[in-house]
Design a protein around this ligand. Structure first.
Ligand code: NAD
Ligand code: UDP
Length: 335
């Protein structure tokens, strides 16, 4: 079975390509490397012994995408390609709407022309918006507080509308919570350009001495230690969820959303302390102001994914910390 993975050179996409290749799928990556390195496919090949086919294209480029579908018999698509930085999306909203919506629309139109009727989409816990209480369940209303989040809400709606009009089509909407960690090989991980926005890559770079200290954004939230709770899950567990979603898509039609999370909230300080303890390193930090837009707690009820996808996050916070540290050490050693 041949799977087109848009954004397959990115953080979650690359780990998913590994799982796909290791489970007998043929993989085609379509990525413009806007936020990833062109050496990622070669790293995937080093891990799996199999080389994915790569198209260095913008997924919103219709003729280029048409060529991918003409040259290959694609059974299903996993659609990761998109821009994902919340703060940046507030500064340059049009770029986010243009990129995230155009890629999806172009993809769906091309899939339609070629009779490809299965898609797994990277949605996000951000679609639960600011009003729902945790744990989040998939039947809750969706909304957003920033352009990035709105693109996810809108794309979910586009996929629902498309499924309503096309009874044979299947769309699995995976709402990721907070993926962290890295591949155990140290060859793949979260490697953002510039100063990281997200907690784990920031912590790892502080521990490696590349940044002086972490600022913890607020310790006056109504949580057990005053810092925000998030549902961190290992990126390899998340990647495996996509294989479960592909199986689900093969057996069902229509659009359905699933939370991919552990169901547990872990605080910022708990994560920092776990990282220090597991890896035996210092992570200097100071307490700073709250970051605009942060919610006190975000965690999933993952029951639907556990039951219907037969998927469960298995790796621990310690595993996530160990693998994130191994990845950054490997990066440092590579120069
Ligand atoms: P990433 O930035 O590492 O990967 C996205 C990939 O898509 C990159 O390789 C980038 O070059 C590519 N891309 C972007 N626009 C493209 C375009 N127009 N054409 C071709 N390629 C394009 O991000 P990630 O963390 O792997 O996230 C993957 C998906 O999951 C994104 O849609 C993101 O919004 C979603 N998501 C991520 C998180 C998270 O915490 N990482 C959480 C929820 C949802
Ligand atoms: N966070 C922090 N310092 C940082 C980056 C993040 O204290 O330098 C906190 C942030 O306030 C949030 C948690 O870590 O409570 C997770 O943030 P991240 O940006 O990784 O994920 P998201 O906010 O999207 O859930």
């Amino acid at each position: 079975m041949t799977i087109l993975v848009t954004g397959g050179a990115g953080y979650i996409g690359s780990h998913t390509c590994v799982e796909l290749l290791q489970n007998g799928y043929d993989v085609i990556i379509a990525d413009n490397f806007d936020n990833s390195s062109p050496d990622v496919p070669e790293r995937i090949a080093r891990i799996t012994g199999k080389t994915p086919k790569v198209y260095a294209i913008d997924v919103s480029d219709g003729p280029a995408l048409e060529r991918v579908f003409t040259e290959n018999a694609i059974d299903a698509v996993i659609h990761f390609a998109g821009l994902k930085a919340v703060g940046e999306s507030c500064r340059i909203p049009l770029r986010y709407y243009r990129n995230n919506l155009d890629t999806t629309l172009t993809l769906l139109e091309t899939m339609e022309r070629h009779g490809c009727a299965r898609i797994v989409f990277s949605s996000s816990a951000t679609v639960y918006g600011p009003k729902n209480g945790c744990p989040y369940t998939e039947d809750m209303d969706t909304s957003a507080t920033n352009p990035y989040g709105w693109t996810k809400v809108m794309i979910e709606q586009i996929l629902r509308d498309y499924c309503a009009a096309n009874s044979g089509f299947s769309a699995v909407l995976l709402r990721y919570f907070n993926p962290i960690g890295a591949h155990a090989s140290g060859l793949l991980g979260d490697d953002p350009n510039g100063i990281p926005n997200n907690l784990m890559p920031y912590v790892a770079r502080v521990a490696a001495g590349q940044l002086p200290k972490l600022t913890v954004f607020g310790n006056d939230y109504p949580t057990r230690d005053g810092t925000c709770l998030r549902d961190y899950l290992h990126v390899v567990d998340l990647a495996k969820g996509h294989l479960s979603a592909l199986e689900y898509a093969a057996a069902h039609t229509g659009a359905e959303a699933f939370n991919l999370g552990t169901g547990d909230g872990v605080s910022v300080l708990e994560l920092v302390h776990a990282f220090r303890k597991v890896n035996g390193v210092e992570v200097p930090y100071v307490i700073g102001d709250r970051r605009d837009g942060d919610l006190a707690e975000v965690y999933a009820n993952p029951t639907r994914a556990n039951d219907a996808l037969h998927w469960r996050a298995e790796k621990s916070v310690d595993d996530m910390c160990r693998d994130a540290w191994h990845f950054i050490q490997t990066r440092v050693a590579e120069g």
